[in-house]
Write a protein of this length. Structure first.
Length: 235
């Protein structure tokens, strides 16, 4: 559909647009003009403007949630399942990069990427709800650790590739994705050491944040066995 406007109207409109851009109007406004926008002038001097007009300005992208937004849920569910919060955070980072709406090409959902069948088995009604997803994911991770006698490497491999694959190879399966997955998570939990002073035992835990920064934490509570990176590196 073409609208016929007077040359004077078009000149005023174009002049106003130039003034807005020169005055510092957002570049996004200029980029929102449709690539199909066009106008032409007939021999009689009439200007024709295409019906495509100006496209709607793109919506601002939603800001991703900060990883720290889930700290309370992670700490609560990690304790409930005898896991280290650091291990749970590392799994979430590897699985979804802390995106609660993440969906994989195979249909895994949410922060800890639960498959629909697994979510049902774990009683997770809404896999996109962070609290439910982390509750189900930590319970499943705990089950994998129990199934493979507390071996973190095998439990992580089972979380990624399935317990059947781990049992078939009696080791981390020779899948590139799974081996990279296990290595990535093990690198997030860098070190656990014990400090003893006058009968008091303190555990020094070094974690690596998603940005690569090392964070050292001290606790008088012994980290759960699956936390120890020594078990990851000694095999």
């Amino acid at each position: 559909m073409l609208m016929r406007l007077s040359p004077r109207f078009v000149l005023r409109a174009l002049t106003a647009a130039v003034v807005m851009l020169a005055a510092g109007a957002p570049a996004a406004w200029a980029q929102s003009i449709s690539p199909r926008f066009s106008y032409s002038r007939t021999e009689a001097g009439t200007v024709s403007i295409s019906g495509a007009g100006v496209a709607s300005a793109p919506r601002a992208a939603a800001r991703p949630m900060r990883a720290s937004a889930f700290d309370d849920i992670i700490d609560q569910q990690a304790r409930a399942n005898g896991l280290s919060p650091a291990l749970v955070r590392a799994v979430i980072e590897a699985e979804s990069a802390f995106d609660p709406r993440a969906v994989s090409r195979t249909g895994a959902m949410g922060l800890m990427q639960l498959m629909p069948g697994t979510a049902r088995d774990l009683g997770v009604a809404d896999a996109f709800d962070p609290a439910e997803n982390i509750r189900g994911g930590t319970a499943y991770l705990r089950a994998m650790l129990d199934r493979f006698d507390g071996d973190v490497r095998l439990a992580l491999a089972a979380y990624n590739a399935g317990p059947g694959a781990v049992e078939r190879y009696d080791n981390v399966p020779p899948y590139r994705e799974t081996r990279a997955y296990v290595a990535k998570i093990s690198n997030r939990i860098k070190d656990v050491s014990v400090i003893t002073r006058g009968g008091l035992t303190i555990y020094r835990v070094t974690e690596v944040t998603p940005s690569g920064r090392e964070v050292v934490k001290y606790t008088d509570k012994k980290p759960a066995a699956p936390h120890a990176v020594v078990s990851l590196r000694s095999r």
